[in-house]
Each structure stands twice: as C-alpha cells, then as structure tokens.
Design a protein around this ligand. Structure first.
Ligand code: GRF
Length: 180
C-alpha cells in the first residue's frame, strides 16, 4: 500500500510492528521517549525515526514532517501524551487515529485494563477511534469485545487484547486509507 501514514509512540511498538507487517507504508516514526523500544522496530525496518522529549517541540516538528512526507493519516500507537488542541486543530478532521484497550467510553486514560479488572467488568475490548483534543474522546471507528475470565490478570488480559489490537488496528487503518 503506497499511501503514507506516520506513527507516534512512547513504548514497545508492538502495534507499529503489526502495521509494518501488514504492508502499510510508514513514512516516519516519532516519539517523546528516546528509549522507546518502538524506535528500534522503526530502525530495523529502515523507517526514519525522530524523538523529542519536549512535547510541544515534538508537536511542532511533527506538523512539519507531516507536510514534508505527504502523510495522509497520523497513527497513535501507544503514544502516552495528550495532543494539544492547537496540534489537533492544525490537521484536517479524521486525520489522527488511536487504539485503546477498553470499550470506550468506558475506562478512558491510563491503566484501562486495570480499571476494567478493578470494576469486576465481565467484558472489555479494544476501541479504534479518531482523536480530538480530549482524552480518548474522539468518534469511534471500530470495537471488538472479549469476555474477562475469572482467572484473568492484567498480564493475561493485556496479551489477549493486544492480539486483537494488532489485527484490528492494521485492518482499520487499511480500510481508512482505501476509502480516502
Ligand atoms: C496498546 O495497548 C494500546 O491500546 C495503548 O498503548 C498500548 C501500546 O502498545 N494505546 P504497543 O507499544 O503498541 O505495544
């Protein structure tokens, strides 16, 4: 697929890996965390990578890179900072997507998996949504539900949710790119 996406991440980058493995063209990866393992995945795939600890500088530079690389979709893949209103409003609507490990609007923000377990929820899932300036509040594109087992821990549930994320996120990104 030749339409460019860019990826912002802060951590492991397993979703980045899934996106690359699905053949989606990633023009650059940027991070607020210079030590993010996801940057190594970008490096191994010969994808240009950038990192700025200062989030307002990162946003300024990413806006320039989006133009330079002719990016059509900005993909958040474990980017652990809230984007500023100015950043979001500088881009077209429906330009930024995110993956979240809960059935939004339930369990927004950090520790979504722990929140579901602490709540004794019977079900949880994965949400792919557009990003606005709020916290996990943009319009929902796709969701996938799973049952929480009695013996689930944060780790087992995370593993099962990530397996879904890897498939659902890249499939959803592909279908958005095809439609645009
Ligand atoms: C994922 O669980 C995603 O739902 C959340 O951050 C995590 C990123 O995982 N937004 P990875 O860095 O892609 O492995």
């Amino acid at each position: 697929m030749c339409i460019n996406v860019a990826v912002l991440l802060s951590g492991n980058g397993s979703n980045l890996k899934a996106i690359i493995d699905k053949g989606i063209k990633v023009s650059f990866v940027a991070s607020n965390n210079p030590k993010a393992l996801g940057l190594k995945i970008a490096k191994n795939a010969n994808i240009p990578l950038y990192s700025w600890k200062n989030v307002s500088q990162l946003e300024k530079e990413v806006l320039k890179l989006i133009i330079d690389y002719n990016v059509k979709l900005l993909v958040l893949a474990g980017y652990m900072r809230l984007l500023s209103k100015n950043f979001v409003n500088s881009l077209p609507s429906k330009f930024i997507v995110n993956v979240h490990p809960s059935l939004l609007p339930k369990y927004k923000g950090m520790n979504a998996i722990k929140q579901a377990l602490d709540d004794n929820a019977q079900y949880t899932g994965v949400t792919i949504h557009y990003v606005d300036e709020g916290m996990d509040s943009g319009s929902i594109i796709k969701q996938s539900i799973i049952k929480i087992n009695d013996n689930d821990t944060e780790d087992t549930l995370k593993d099962r949710l990530q397996e879904i994320e890897h498939r659902l996120y890249s499939d959803t990104i592909k279908s958005i790119l095809i439609k645009n």
